[in-house]
Design a protein around this ligand. Structure first.
Ligand SMILES: [Zn+2]
Length: 139
């Protein structure tokens, strides 16, 4: 319970799932991920940011795949600046439609970020490491 009675009323309307149901959902997601064919990417492993209030919080770094002994370049992405797009939800939307809208927005943002990082990596290799193939990794 919270001190906000409106919030308590809304929380009471949410479906109450058992621990077994939650575990089954997590297990199904894990199996789906294990069955996914591997994908090759030129996007380096992201370096996740420290938590707020650290001055670098919110900045994800994709360092040059050649490593710090060879190159110190990194593409920096601010997750705080990335989430400024408003989300319009019709007042009549049910939880399924809200979930669909959030999923569509997340997939669109993910696709855009992937394209930005890939282009930054290609531009970096063209300028700093001309003629060298861009290392790939499997995800
Ligand atoms: Zn480099």
């Amino acid at each position: 319970m919270t001190t906000d009675t409106d919030l308590d009323a809304m929380l009471a309307q949410l479906p109450q799932r058992s621990t077994r149901e939650c575990f089954a959902e997590i297990e199904a997601a894990r199996r789906t991920e294990m069955a996914r064919p591997p994908v090759r990417t030129i996007i380096p492993e992201p370096e996740l940011p420290p938590l707020w209030p650290h001055p670098d919080s919110g900045t994800v770094r994709f360092r040059c795949a050649l490593g710090p002994a060879t190159c110190l370049w990194a593409y920096e992405h601010s997750i705080y600046d990335d989430d400024t797009e408003p989300l319009s939800v019709p007042l009549s939307a049910d939880t399924g439609e809200i979930g669909r809208l959030l999923t569509e927005r997340a997939e669109r943002r993910s696709t855009e970020l992937r394209a930005r990082v890939e282009q930054a990596v290609r531009d970096h290799f063209a300028q700093a490491h001309p003629g060298q193939s861009i290392p790939e990794r499997t995800v």
